[in-house]
Design a protein around this ligand. Sequence first.
Ligand SMILES: [Zn+2]
Length: 231
Amino acid sequence: MFIGHYGPAVFDTQRGHGEPLVTLWQGFLAVQAMDLLWSILTILGIEGAGSVVDGVPLFNIPWSHSLVTSLLLALFCGGLFRALKPSAGMRGFWVIAGLVFSHWFLDLIVHRPDLPLYPGSDVMFGFSLWNFPVMAYVLEMGLMAAGFLFWQKVTRAKSPKYNIAIWCLFLFMAVLQAAVVLMPGLAVKAGTFDMSDGLQGRTLGFATLTIFCLFAAIVAWIEKGRPSKFS
Ligand SMILES: [Zn+2]
């Protein structure tokens, strides 16, 4: 999953009730912590885009995307957040841990079986919704749309540009999702998928790392112009 991961980031337990525990840009980084790890490992040449096996692409993600890694990373990120923001307390810990783990759960739905139980394990998970590219696209963008509609509802824009900005970001995400997930998915279905058409190795790692940081930066800017309605 790519853009759909950001949907849960909006649903901080307190957003919609009071001042959120986790700012949206922090939530954006938390839900992509596993992919951020993958980007770094891809830059280092340890993981990567993977390979085509029996006509379907499988990612090379033994470290970043194992179930055990996701649980450990969730606890680590939750602990780090609590240490940096003690006022968030245990609730802040669990919100961050939950957001980090939500990545594995959502990946489980869409990935073909390339999510290992633990690093190096042959036991692989993945329900393969990506085999139905249009349905997967609707699910991912639907999660994001639900998140942004909720965000818009519980915050107040300081000026109209902060209303327009949300949906410009959404459009940007929709185009990117179509380019990097939907189109390759349709090519896999048509039997014309060629992995060498896409980015590889270090370039892929840097490109994805840049995108994840860019999304967090854009959302941090929009967030400044959209204080909570409840604060
Ligand atoms: Zn992932």
